[in-house]
Design a protein. Sequence first.
Length: 172
Amino acid sequence: MARLLVVYYSLSGNTERIAKRIAEKYDAERVVKIETATPYTGSYNDIVDQGQREVESGFQPEIRFVDAASGKEVNLILDDFDIIAIGTPTWWYTYAPAVSTFLQMFDWNGRTVVPFQTHGGWKGHVMADFKKACGGTALRNKFDIQFDSTGGNTQITSQIDVDVWIKSLNNI
């Protein structure tokens, strides 16, 4: 497989779980977590309400990139990679605001992007939004993974389906 970057935002840990499975399967060159400069705080419902307000207003939080293995902040240079897998939870029918910030930071023209989303049963228009934000790139092997609808970590999409999708990345 080509040089792979796995980059993701995960609040509950579900998207991170899928990102790390991809990285392990393909020995990714780098795994990077997107973090907001100001962490979300409060109850699950508080964060859901804040997320709704941010999505509806188009808010793009300040973010930083953290190496998932070391926990150290890193500079991210996309030119070092052939394939970029991008993971996001679904927030109010689209990608998380932190992923919106990330997507606006780079020129996606000519890149190969593998978008994946986690959700609680409402896929929304995440993939259409990826296509719009990453205009000029090839979106490959798009996939969504459903977890329980209460923000928990019970995976609804079968692990077999997830494994088949991860294996399909070998054909990119």
